[in-house]
Design a binder for this molecule. Sequence first.
Ligand code: DCC
Length: 225
Amino acid sequence: MMRSCTAALRTLRVLRCRLEGAFPAARHPVLARRWFSTEKVIPKDQALPNPSWSKDLRLLFDQFMKKCEDGSWERLPSYKNSKLVKEQLSQAQLFTRGYEDGLGFEYVMFYNDDEKRTVCLFQGGPYLQGVPGFLHGGAIATMIDATVGVCAAIPGGIVMTANLNINFKRPIPLCSVVVINSQLDKIEGRKLFLSCDVRSGVDEKILYSEATSLFIKLDPEKSLT
Ligand SMILES: CCCCCCCCCCCC(=O)SCCNC(=O)CCNC(=O)[C@H](O)C(C)(C)COP(=O)(O)OP(=O)(O)OC[C@H]1O[C@@H](n2cnc3c(N)ncnc32)[C@H](O)[C@@H]1OP(=O)(O)O
């Protein structure tokens, strides 16, 4: 027993050295823990307040949680790793959840099934800077895509963005809170048409961006590649 354990550990060490040679990133302590730990990982719901959330984000979160009480809205949980990919086999992570708390995308989404609407409360952190002091347009586009994507995926199933059209009207200050409000406008066969706007959090007075998008429900008969 003792000998087989020692042999297994040696094999693990050899594999680890080879892996570190091939992928220097494997030396990174967080990745190393994720790849080599045998502990069962309990996924953390990232769409809940953490200490990096500003007063405004907390306030809006509390307001929407109140709206959930009668069942008209529901908070959507969100995880770093897809349940579709076995964690031990992949280091894949949801793009928007790859940063430490407060540095990148802090957000929570709420869904209203009767109205086919998704609202995302979003605070873009300092690593998402574009023009100094403001959010990068790609980060805004990412959150718009994610919000309309969820709005399309809940009724539509497995969908992908075919078209995303954004008008950036005002720059969004870094670390401020915005509300991304999206709705499903129309379904035609496999095509889902959505629209969305991005406004300043709490007062919603400033219209930062507007977008329309087309999502396509994947055809199970067609290969993606
Ligand atoms: C809760 C869970 C959370 C989970 C939700 C997580 C949310 C995350 C959101 C992120 C989403 C992404 O970033 S997705 C990643 C970015 N997107 C992609 O990589 C997609 C790349 N494109 C493709 O793979 C493909 O083009 C597809 C799958 C979109 C469509 O291909 P297809 O299935 O073969 O469909 P196809 O026959 O070409 O088109 C079907 C119909 O749509 C029309 N159509 C197709 N593309 C377009 C287009 N760009 N503009 C106009 N119309 C178009 C066609 O004319 C046709 O109309 P008609 O003749 O029928 O009238």
